[in-house]
Design a protein around this ligand. Structure first.
Ligand code: DUC
Ligand code: ZN
Ligand code: ZN
Length: 463
Protein backbone atom coordinates (compact mmCIF):
# COMPACT_ATOMS: atom_id res chain seq x y z
CA UNK A 1 0.00 0.00 0.00
CA UNK A 2 1.43 3.38 -1.03
CA UNK A 3 0.12 6.62 0.44
CA UNK A 4 1.05 10.04 -0.89
CA UNK A 5 0.74 12.94 1.54
CA UNK A 6 0.52 16.03 -0.66
CA UNK A 7 0.79 19.75 -0.06
CA UNK A 8 1.66 19.76 3.62
CA UNK A 9 4.38 21.47 5.61
CA UNK A 10 6.78 19.01 7.20
CA UNK A 11 7.72 20.11 10.70
CA UNK A 12 10.72 18.22 12.02
CA UNK A 13 12.80 19.13 15.06
CA UNK A 14 15.52 20.65 12.90
CA UNK A 15 13.65 22.16 9.96
CA UNK A 16 10.34 23.12 8.41
CA UNK A 17 9.93 22.18 4.74
CA UNK A 18 7.12 22.35 2.24
CA UNK A 19 7.25 18.88 0.66
CA UNK A 20 5.24 15.77 -0.15
CA UNK A 21 5.77 12.45 1.61
CA UNK A 22 5.42 9.04 0.02
CA UNK A 23 4.70 6.18 2.39
CA UNK A 24 5.36 2.71 1.04
CA UNK A 25 4.18 -0.09 3.30
CA UNK A 26 5.29 0.68 6.84
CA UNK A 27 8.03 3.19 6.02
CA UNK A 28 8.58 6.63 4.56
CA UNK A 29 9.97 5.99 1.08
CA UNK A 30 10.41 9.41 -0.48
CA UNK A 31 10.20 13.10 0.39
CA UNK A 32 10.21 15.77 -2.28
CA UNK A 33 8.61 18.82 -3.79
CA UNK A 34 5.46 18.21 -5.86
CA UNK A 35 5.97 14.44 -6.08
CA UNK A 36 4.31 12.85 -9.10
CA UNK A 37 4.24 9.17 -8.15
CA UNK A 38 1.68 6.39 -8.23
CA UNK A 39 -0.07 5.72 -4.95
CA UNK A 40 -3.21 3.84 -3.92
CA UNK A 41 -4.22 6.65 -1.60
CA UNK A 42 -3.58 10.39 -1.55
CA UNK A 43 -3.99 12.55 1.54
CA UNK A 44 -4.46 16.26 0.97
CA UNK A 45 -2.40 17.97 3.68
CA UNK A 46 -2.58 21.53 2.34
CA UNK A 47 -2.70 24.05 5.14
CA UNK A 48 -1.64 21.33 7.59
CA UNK A 49 1.57 20.28 9.28
CA UNK A 50 3.09 16.86 8.72
CA UNK A 51 4.82 15.85 11.94
CA UNK A 52 6.38 12.65 13.27
CA UNK A 53 4.01 10.70 15.50
CA UNK A 54 4.51 11.78 19.07
CA UNK A 55 6.25 9.52 21.59
CA UNK A 56 5.14 9.38 25.21
CA UNK A 57 7.98 7.81 27.17
CA UNK A 58 6.16 7.79 30.50
CA UNK A 59 2.87 5.91 30.81
CA UNK A 60 1.40 3.49 33.35
CA UNK A 61 -1.32 1.41 31.74
CA UNK A 62 -2.96 -0.90 34.31
CA UNK A 63 -0.42 0.03 36.99
CA UNK A 64 -1.30 -1.53 40.36
CA UNK A 65 -1.28 1.32 42.85
CA UNK A 66 -2.81 1.90 46.31
CA UNK A 67 -5.04 -1.18 46.19
CA UNK A 68 -6.39 -0.54 42.70
CA UNK A 69 -5.20 -0.40 39.08
CA UNK A 70 -4.69 2.49 36.68
CA UNK A 71 -7.87 2.38 34.65
CA UNK A 72 -6.63 2.48 31.05
CA UNK A 73 -5.64 -0.86 29.58
CA UNK A 74 -3.07 -1.09 26.81
CA UNK A 75 -6.00 -1.10 24.40
CA UNK A 76 -7.95 1.91 25.71
CA UNK A 77 -4.84 3.89 26.63
CA UNK A 78 -3.06 3.48 23.31
CA UNK A 79 -6.26 4.19 21.38
CA UNK A 80 -6.66 7.44 23.31
CA UNK A 81 -2.99 8.22 22.72
CA UNK A 82 -3.49 7.85 18.97
CA UNK A 83 -6.47 10.24 18.98
CA UNK A 84 -4.11 12.76 20.52
CA UNK A 85 -1.35 12.26 17.93
CA UNK A 86 0.84 9.87 19.92
CA UNK A 87 1.97 6.79 18.01
CA UNK A 88 4.48 5.26 20.45
CA UNK A 89 4.46 4.79 24.20
CA UNK A 90 7.10 3.50 26.55
CA UNK A 91 5.36 2.06 29.60
CA UNK A 92 6.83 0.87 32.88
CA UNK A 93 7.01 -2.85 33.64
CA UNK A 94 7.20 -3.39 37.40
CA UNK A 95 9.42 -5.71 39.40
CA UNK A 96 7.54 -6.46 42.62
CA UNK A 97 9.45 -6.95 45.86
CA UNK A 98 10.76 -10.52 46.13
CA UNK A 99 10.19 -11.21 42.43
CA UNK A 100 12.58 -11.19 39.48
CA UNK A 101 12.79 -8.54 36.78
CA UNK A 102 11.83 -11.24 34.29
CA UNK A 103 8.55 -11.99 36.07
CA UNK A 104 7.64 -8.31 35.99
CA UNK A 105 8.55 -7.95 32.33
CA UNK A 106 6.61 -11.07 31.33
CA UNK A 107 3.52 -9.78 33.13
CA UNK A 108 3.65 -6.42 31.31
CA UNK A 109 4.39 -8.04 27.95
CA UNK A 110 1.27 -10.16 28.43
CA UNK A 111 -0.84 -7.08 29.19
CA UNK A 112 0.32 -5.29 26.04
CA UNK A 113 0.60 -8.06 23.46
CA UNK A 114 -2.49 -8.37 21.31
CA UNK A 115 -4.00 -5.28 22.97
CA UNK A 116 -1.85 -2.24 22.17
CA UNK A 117 -3.06 -0.25 19.17
CA UNK A 118 0.27 1.57 18.65
CA UNK A 119 3.91 0.56 19.06
CA UNK A 120 5.21 0.23 22.59
CA UNK A 121 8.36 -0.37 24.56
CA UNK A 122 9.09 -0.90 28.22
CA UNK A 123 11.26 0.57 30.92
CA UNK A 124 11.81 -1.61 33.98
CA UNK A 125 10.92 -0.40 37.46
CA UNK A 126 13.35 -1.98 39.94
CA UNK A 127 11.88 -2.34 43.41
CA UNK A 128 14.27 -4.99 44.70
CA UNK A 129 17.97 -4.59 43.96
CA UNK A 130 19.63 -7.95 44.74
CA UNK A 131 22.61 -9.84 43.33
CA UNK A 132 20.15 -11.74 41.12
CA UNK A 133 18.23 -8.74 39.82
CA UNK A 134 21.50 -6.90 39.12
CA UNK A 135 22.59 -9.82 36.93
CA UNK A 136 19.23 -9.78 35.13
CA UNK A 137 19.68 -6.17 34.05
CA UNK A 138 22.24 -6.95 31.34
CA UNK A 139 19.98 -9.51 29.66
CA UNK A 140 17.11 -7.04 29.62
CA UNK A 141 19.26 -4.42 27.89
CA UNK A 142 20.08 -7.02 25.22
CA UNK A 143 16.35 -7.59 24.75
CA UNK A 144 15.57 -3.90 24.23
CA UNK A 145 14.53 -2.98 27.77
CA UNK A 146 17.32 -0.48 28.03
CA UNK A 147 16.56 1.56 31.09
CA UNK A 148 15.73 1.11 34.74
CA UNK A 149 13.64 3.32 36.97
CA UNK A 150 14.33 3.53 40.67
CA UNK A 151 12.60 5.54 43.36
CA UNK A 152 13.75 7.60 46.32
CA UNK A 153 10.01 7.92 47.10
CA UNK A 154 7.28 5.51 48.27
CA UNK A 155 9.00 3.75 51.23
CA UNK A 156 7.80 0.15 51.54
CA UNK A 157 6.63 -0.01 47.92
CA UNK A 158 8.99 1.17 45.18
CA UNK A 159 11.61 2.85 47.41
CA UNK A 160 15.30 1.95 47.13
CA UNK A 161 17.96 3.24 49.49
CA UNK A 162 21.02 5.06 48.20
CA UNK A 163 23.18 1.91 48.27
CA UNK A 164 20.70 -0.04 46.16
CA UNK A 165 20.37 2.84 43.71
CA UNK A 166 24.13 3.16 43.46
CA UNK A 167 24.53 -0.57 42.79
CA UNK A 168 21.93 -0.42 39.98
CA UNK A 169 23.71 2.62 38.57
CA UNK A 170 27.09 0.86 38.55
CA UNK A 171 25.56 -2.12 36.73
CA UNK A 172 23.94 0.19 34.16
CA UNK A 173 27.21 2.02 33.59
CA UNK A 174 28.55 -1.33 32.38
CA UNK A 175 25.61 -2.45 30.26
CA UNK A 176 25.08 0.81 28.33
CA UNK A 177 21.59 1.51 29.65
CA UNK A 178 20.08 4.57 31.25
CA UNK A 179 18.95 5.14 34.84
CA UNK A 180 15.59 6.86 35.36
CA UNK A 181 14.91 8.34 38.77
CA UNK A 182 11.76 9.33 40.60
CA UNK A 183 13.49 11.83 42.86
CA UNK A 184 11.63 12.96 45.97
CA UNK A 185 12.74 12.33 49.55
CA UNK A 186 10.10 9.73 50.39
CA UNK A 187 11.28 9.14 53.96
CA UNK A 188 10.91 12.81 54.91
CA UNK A 189 7.64 13.14 52.97
CA UNK A 190 6.10 10.29 54.96
CA UNK A 191 6.96 12.07 58.23
CA UNK A 192 5.27 15.30 57.14
CA UNK A 193 2.28 13.43 55.71
CA UNK A 194 1.78 11.59 58.99
CA UNK A 195 2.01 14.83 60.94
CA UNK A 196 -0.56 16.42 58.64
CA UNK A 197 -3.04 13.57 59.10
CA UNK A 198 -2.49 13.58 62.89
CA UNK A 199 -3.34 17.30 62.88
CA UNK A 200 -6.59 16.61 61.00
CA UNK A 201 -5.29 17.90 57.66
CA UNK A 202 -6.63 15.01 55.61
CA UNK A 203 -7.82 16.71 52.39
CA UNK A 204 -5.98 16.16 49.08
CA UNK A 205 -4.49 19.66 49.33
CA UNK A 206 -2.17 18.34 52.06
CA UNK A 207 -0.80 15.75 49.66
CA UNK A 208 0.72 18.76 47.94
CA UNK A 209 2.03 20.50 51.03
CA UNK A 210 3.51 17.27 52.45
CA UNK A 211 5.81 16.91 49.47
CA UNK A 212 8.03 19.99 49.62
CA UNK A 213 9.77 21.09 46.41
CA UNK A 214 12.93 21.18 48.53
CA UNK A 215 12.54 17.41 49.06
CA UNK A 216 12.46 17.03 45.28
CA UNK A 217 15.49 19.27 44.82
CA UNK A 218 17.46 17.42 47.50
CA UNK A 219 16.68 13.98 46.05
CA UNK A 220 17.39 15.15 42.48
CA UNK A 221 20.80 16.48 43.44
CA UNK A 222 21.54 13.32 45.45
CA UNK A 223 20.77 10.90 42.61
CA UNK A 224 22.67 13.03 40.10
CA UNK A 225 25.70 12.89 42.37
CA UNK A 226 25.36 9.13 42.83
CA UNK A 227 25.23 8.82 39.02
CA UNK A 228 28.28 11.05 38.70
CA UNK A 229 30.35 8.66 40.81
CA UNK A 230 28.88 5.59 39.09
CA UNK A 231 29.66 7.24 35.73
CA UNK A 232 26.23 6.60 34.28
CA UNK A 233 23.80 8.95 32.54
CA UNK A 234 20.74 9.74 34.62
CA UNK A 235 17.28 10.93 33.53
CA UNK A 236 15.00 12.55 36.08
CA UNK A 237 11.36 11.65 35.41
CA UNK A 238 8.41 14.00 35.93
CA UNK A 239 10.47 16.93 37.20
CA UNK A 240 8.07 19.41 38.79
CA UNK A 241 10.02 21.85 40.95
CA UNK A 242 12.32 24.80 40.39
CA UNK A 243 14.61 23.32 43.06
CA UNK A 244 15.00 20.09 41.09
CA UNK A 245 15.56 21.94 37.83
CA UNK A 246 18.35 23.92 39.48
CA UNK A 247 20.06 20.66 40.46
CA UNK A 248 19.84 19.45 36.85
CA UNK A 249 21.08 22.79 35.50
CA UNK A 250 24.04 22.77 37.83
CA UNK A 251 25.02 19.28 36.78
CA UNK A 252 24.63 20.02 33.08
CA UNK A 253 26.71 23.17 33.43
CA UNK A 254 29.42 20.94 34.88
CA UNK A 255 29.17 18.74 31.78
CA UNK A 256 27.50 15.80 33.50
CA UNK A 257 25.11 13.58 31.49
CA UNK A 258 22.03 14.57 33.50
CA UNK A 259 18.71 14.76 31.68
CA UNK A 260 15.12 15.41 32.66
CA UNK A 261 11.53 15.45 31.50
CA UNK A 262 8.57 17.41 32.76
CA UNK A 263 4.86 16.80 32.17
CA UNK A 264 1.93 19.01 31.10
CA UNK A 265 0.41 18.95 34.60
CA UNK A 266 3.46 20.78 35.96
CA UNK A 267 3.32 23.35 33.18
CA UNK A 268 -0.42 24.03 33.25
CA UNK A 269 -1.83 23.11 36.68
CA UNK A 270 -0.90 24.35 40.15
CA UNK A 271 -1.12 23.48 43.84
CA UNK A 272 -4.38 25.46 43.95
CA UNK A 273 -6.02 22.73 41.88
CA UNK A 274 -5.52 20.41 44.85
CA UNK A 275 -7.82 22.63 46.93
CA UNK A 276 -11.63 22.67 46.79
CA UNK A 277 -12.17 19.86 49.32
CA UNK A 278 -12.11 16.31 48.04
CA UNK A 279 -12.41 17.49 44.40
CA UNK A 280 -8.66 18.00 44.71
CA UNK A 281 -8.21 14.21 44.60
CA UNK A 282 -8.58 14.49 40.82
CA UNK A 283 -5.22 16.25 40.84
CA UNK A 284 -3.28 13.98 43.24
CA UNK A 285 -0.08 12.79 41.63
CA UNK A 286 3.55 12.56 42.72
CA UNK A 287 5.50 14.76 42.60
CA UNK A 288 2.53 16.99 43.38
CA UNK A 289 1.33 20.07 41.55
CA UNK A 290 3.39 23.07 42.60
CA UNK A 291 2.75 26.76 43.34
CA UNK A 292 2.45 28.72 40.08
CA UNK A 293 5.98 30.18 40.07
CA UNK A 294 7.53 26.76 39.35
CA UNK A 295 5.89 26.47 35.92
CA UNK A 296 7.65 29.61 34.67
CA UNK A 297 10.99 28.02 35.46
CA UNK A 298 9.99 24.80 33.72
CA UNK A 299 9.16 26.70 30.53
CA UNK A 300 12.62 28.31 30.76
CA UNK A 301 14.16 24.86 31.28
CA UNK A 302 12.48 23.66 28.10
CA UNK A 303 13.75 26.70 26.22
CA UNK A 304 17.37 26.16 27.33
CA UNK A 305 17.24 22.35 26.86
CA UNK A 306 17.88 21.71 30.54
CA UNK A 307 14.60 19.82 30.16
CA UNK A 308 14.68 17.69 27.02
CA UNK A 309 11.35 15.89 27.00
CA UNK A 310 7.69 16.39 27.87
CA UNK A 311 5.97 13.10 28.75
CA UNK A 312 2.69 12.54 30.60
CA UNK A 313 3.11 10.07 33.51
CA UNK A 314 -0.35 8.96 32.34
CA UNK A 315 -1.81 7.00 35.26
CA UNK A 316 -5.60 7.47 35.35
CA UNK A 317 -7.94 6.59 38.20
CA UNK A 318 -11.66 7.25 38.17
CA UNK A 319 -12.79 9.95 40.59
CA UNK A 320 -15.77 7.79 41.57
CA UNK A 321 -14.64 4.37 42.80
CA UNK A 322 -10.87 4.85 42.79
CA UNK A 323 -9.72 8.33 43.86
CA UNK A 324 -12.36 8.20 46.60
CA UNK A 325 -10.44 5.41 48.34
CA UNK A 326 -8.68 8.40 49.89
CA UNK A 327 -11.74 10.05 51.47
CA UNK A 328 -10.60 11.14 54.92
CA UNK A 329 -6.89 10.45 54.30
CA UNK A 330 -5.06 11.95 51.32
CA UNK A 331 -2.36 9.27 51.65
CA UNK A 332 -4.84 6.70 50.33
CA UNK A 333 -5.76 8.59 47.15
CA UNK A 334 -4.25 6.61 44.25
CA UNK A 335 -1.52 8.80 42.74
CA UNK A 336 -1.79 9.67 39.08
CA UNK A 337 -3.46 11.78 36.41
CA UNK A 338 -4.86 11.03 32.97
CA UNK A 339 -3.08 12.81 30.12
CA UNK A 340 -1.87 10.57 27.29
CA UNK A 341 -4.48 11.99 24.89
CA UNK A 342 -3.95 15.67 25.74
CA UNK A 343 -0.17 16.17 25.77
CA UNK A 344 0.40 17.06 22.11
CA UNK A 345 -2.47 19.53 21.91
CA UNK A 346 -1.81 21.12 25.31
CA UNK A 347 1.83 21.65 24.40
CA UNK A 348 0.90 23.03 21.01
CA UNK A 349 -1.74 25.31 22.42
CA UNK A 350 0.02 26.49 25.57
CA UNK A 351 3.57 26.11 24.24
CA UNK A 352 3.59 27.06 20.55
CA UNK A 353 0.51 29.30 20.37
CA UNK A 354 1.31 30.53 23.87
CA UNK A 355 4.70 31.79 22.66
CA UNK A 356 6.97 29.53 24.76
CA UNK A 357 8.40 27.44 21.92
CA UNK A 358 8.68 27.16 18.16
CA UNK A 359 6.83 24.43 16.25
CA UNK A 360 10.21 22.70 15.75
CA UNK A 361 10.99 22.69 19.47
CA UNK A 362 7.49 21.35 20.13
CA UNK A 363 8.18 18.42 17.78
CA UNK A 364 11.52 17.94 19.46
CA UNK A 365 10.20 17.66 23.03
CA UNK A 366 7.19 15.48 22.16
CA UNK A 367 8.82 13.19 19.60
CA UNK A 368 12.40 13.60 18.39
CA UNK A 369 14.19 13.91 21.74
CA UNK A 370 12.21 11.01 23.24
CA UNK A 371 13.31 8.87 20.27
CA UNK A 372 16.93 9.92 20.70
CA UNK A 373 17.01 9.46 24.46
CA UNK A 374 15.35 6.05 24.37
CA UNK A 375 17.05 4.22 21.53
CA UNK A 376 14.59 4.85 18.69
CA UNK A 377 16.48 7.54 16.73
CA UNK A 378 16.05 7.30 12.95
CA UNK A 379 13.19 4.83 13.30
CA UNK A 380 10.75 7.09 15.16
CA UNK A 381 10.61 10.80 15.92
CA UNK A 382 11.37 12.10 12.43
CA UNK A 383 9.76 12.55 9.04
CA UNK A 384 12.68 11.09 7.12
CA UNK A 385 13.30 8.51 4.42
CA UNK A 386 13.54 5.06 5.97
CA UNK A 387 11.78 5.99 9.20
CA UNK A 388 8.63 4.20 10.30
CA UNK A 389 5.62 5.92 8.73
CA UNK A 390 4.24 7.15 12.06
CA UNK A 391 2.90 10.39 10.69
CA UNK A 392 0.42 12.93 12.00
CA UNK A 393 -1.39 15.39 9.75
CA UNK A 394 -1.80 18.16 12.28
CA UNK A 395 -4.20 21.06 11.93
CA UNK A 396 -2.56 23.89 13.92
CA UNK A 397 -5.69 26.07 13.73
CA UNK A 398 -8.40 23.62 14.76
CA UNK A 399 -9.96 24.50 18.11
CA UNK A 400 -11.69 22.18 20.50
CA UNK A 401 -12.75 21.98 24.11
CA UNK A 402 -11.29 19.23 26.29
CA UNK A 403 -13.89 17.23 28.18
CA UNK A 404 -14.29 13.84 29.83
CA UNK A 405 -17.50 13.54 27.82
CA UNK A 406 -15.57 13.41 24.56
CA UNK A 407 -12.09 12.16 25.41
CA UNK A 408 -11.14 8.56 24.66
CA UNK A 409 -9.27 7.76 27.86
CA UNK A 410 -11.17 5.34 30.08
CA UNK A 411 -11.51 7.68 33.04
CA UNK A 412 -14.48 9.62 34.38
CA UNK A 413 -12.94 13.10 34.56
CA UNK A 414 -10.44 15.41 32.90
CA UNK A 415 -7.94 17.66 34.68
CA UNK A 416 -8.52 20.11 31.83
CA UNK A 417 -12.33 20.00 31.71
CA UNK A 418 -13.66 22.90 29.65
CA UNK A 419 -10.23 24.10 28.48
CA UNK A 420 -10.17 25.42 24.92
CA UNK A 421 -7.13 24.24 22.97
CA UNK A 422 -5.86 25.10 19.52
CA UNK A 423 -4.45 22.32 17.34
CA UNK A 424 -5.63 18.84 16.51
CA UNK A 425 -4.24 15.58 15.16
CA UNK A 426 -6.52 15.16 12.17
CA UNK A 427 -5.08 12.07 10.48
CA UNK A 428 -2.78 9.65 12.27
CA UNK A 429 -0.76 6.94 10.57
CA UNK A 430 0.91 4.16 12.50
CA UNK A 431 3.53 2.35 10.42
CA UNK A 432 1.70 3.37 7.24
CA UNK A 433 -1.83 2.49 8.35
CA UNK A 434 -4.35 5.30 8.90
CA UNK A 435 -5.64 4.70 12.43
CA UNK A 436 -7.42 8.02 13.07
CA UNK A 437 -9.18 10.05 10.38
CA UNK A 438 -11.08 13.19 11.40
CA UNK A 439 -12.19 11.73 14.72
CA UNK A 440 -12.97 8.27 13.34
CA UNK A 441 -11.16 5.24 14.75
CA UNK A 442 -9.69 2.95 12.08
CA UNK A 443 -7.04 1.19 14.16
CA UNK A 444 -7.22 -2.14 15.93
CA UNK A 445 -6.16 -3.68 19.20
CA UNK A 446 -3.07 -5.79 18.62
CA UNK A 447 -1.70 -3.68 15.76
CA UNK A 448 0.95 -2.20 18.05
CA UNK A 449 4.30 -3.97 18.13
CA UNK A 450 6.88 -4.32 20.87
CA UNK A 451 9.88 -2.08 20.19
CA UNK A 452 13.25 -3.58 20.94
CA UNK A 453 15.18 -0.41 21.70
CA UNK A 454 18.91 0.24 21.38
CA UNK A 455 20.81 1.21 24.56
CA UNK A 456 21.37 4.96 24.51
CA UNK A 457 23.69 5.21 27.52
CA UNK A 458 26.94 5.54 25.63
CA UNK A 459 25.52 8.20 23.31
CA UNK A 460 24.08 10.14 26.25
CA UNK A 461 27.34 9.94 28.18
CA UNK A 462 29.04 11.84 25.38
CA UNK A 463 26.54 14.62 24.68
N1 DUC B 1 3.50 9.09 40.31
C1 DUC B 1 2.19 9.11 40.07
O1 DUC B 1 1.56 10.17 40.19
N2 DUC B 1 1.59 7.96 39.70
C2 DUC B 1 2.24 6.75 39.49
C3 DUC B 1 3.59 6.67 40.01
C4 DUC B 1 4.23 7.97 40.27
O2 DUC B 1 5.42 8.02 40.49
ZN1 ZN C 1 7.40 8.34 39.37
ZN1 ZN D 1 5.32 7.50 36.54
Amino acid sequence: MRTLIKGGTIVNADATTAADVLVDGERIALIGESLEVEAERTIDASGKWVIPGAIDVHTHMELPFGGTFAKDTFETGTRAAAFGGTTTIIDFAVQSKGKSLREGLDAWMAKAEGNACIDYGFHMIMSDVTDESLKEMDALVDEGITDFKLFTAYPGVFYSDDGAIFRAMQQTAKNGGLILMHAENGMAIDVVAEQNVAAGNTDPYFHGTSRSPVFEGEATNRVIRLAQVAEVPVYIVHLSAHDALDAVRRARNEGLPAYAETCPQYLFLTLDDLGNGFEGAKFVCSPPLRPAEHAGELWKGLATDDLQVVSTDHCPFDFHGQKDLGQGDFRKVPNGLPGVEDRVNLLHSGGVVGGHMTPNRWVEVISTAPARMFGLAGRKGVIGVGADADVVIYDPDKKHTISAKTHHMDVDYSCYEGWDVTGNAEIVLSRGKVIVDSGEWLGAAGDGRFLKRAPAGELLNRT
